[in-house]
Design a protein around this ligand. Structure first.
Ligand code: ATP
Ligand code: MG
Length: 215
């Protein structure tokens, strides 16, 4: 593989998402990629206002951020970034990558982790050419979605099979609204947080039409 071997260069994985809420599918994907690519850190980056999800009512960013912090707290490889929450306006991956480069400096190799569903739409992302220049893309399997290169140069992207977890945030929200269990689907702390703040009880806010029917 053509990745830099300079020991000073930090290898940073980035996992963007709405995380409404974060679930074990996200964590397994990040953990597998961190192991396979020998990453120093995986940064979970909750979105601000997600431009592709305007049709569904996204939970307040602070709740999504705190659930992400809780879910990742026990893993030394995982951190959470507020860059997308703090940038006004909709979140575009190209801006996330630019901000992280500024924040972390030049000695950085970026690996952008994305599931098969998001990967298939990558050519519709704003400035996707710049995204590919700034980060190596890692497409991970996700049940219900085909994992294939959406037409990017093969050196820009690695496709990776991970143990399949047929979990989505849409399903977690629907389960909470129906009082069905979410134990073992989200970390316990996230489940306690959801209960404490009475999140996702309003069934009208579910489901996200884009992801409905995955499970
Ligand atoms: P929603 O149902 O609200 O769309 P989601 O479960 O898809 O939520 P997102 O926050 O939209 O979660 O996803 C963030 C990233 O994690 C995306 O790249 C998505 O493809 C990936 N991802 C989500 N769930 C899984 C899973 N079970 N396995 C692998 N990747 C996943
Ligand atoms: Mg999704």
């Amino acid at each position: 593989m053509a990745y830099s071997l300079d020991p000073r260069t930090k290898r940073l994985g980035i996992m963007g998402g709405t995380f409404d809420p974060i679930h074990n599918g996200h964590l397994v994907a990040a953990s597998e990629v961190a192991h396979r690519f020998n990453l120093d850190q995986v940064l979970f980056v909750p979105t601000g206002q997600p431009w592709q999800k305007e049709q569904h009512n996204v939970t307040d960013a602070e709740h999504r951020y705190l659930m992400t912090v809780i879910a990742t707290a026990a893993d030394a490889r995982f951190e959470v970034s507020r860059v997308d929450i703090e940038r006004p306006g909709p979140t575009f991956t190209v801006d996330t990558l630019k901000d992280l480069r500024l924040q972390f400096g030049a000695e950085l190799e970026l690996f952008f982790i994305t599931g098969a569903d998001a990967l298939s739409k990558i050519l519709t992302w704003r400035d996707h050419e710049a995204v590919v220049e700034m980060a190596h893309l890692i497409g991970v399997t996700r049940p219900g979605h085909n994992l294939q290169n959406p037409g990017l140069p093969s050196e820009a992207i690695t496709l990776m099979e991970i143990p399949a977890l047929a979990i989505s945030s849409t399903d977690v929200r629907a389960r909470v609204a129906k009082s069905e269990p979410i134990r073992y689907i989200v970390p316990d702390g996230v489940s306690f947080y959801i209960k404490k703040h009475r999140l996702y009880l309003d069934a009208d806010k579910n489901p996200d039409p884009q992801s409905a029917g995955i499970l």
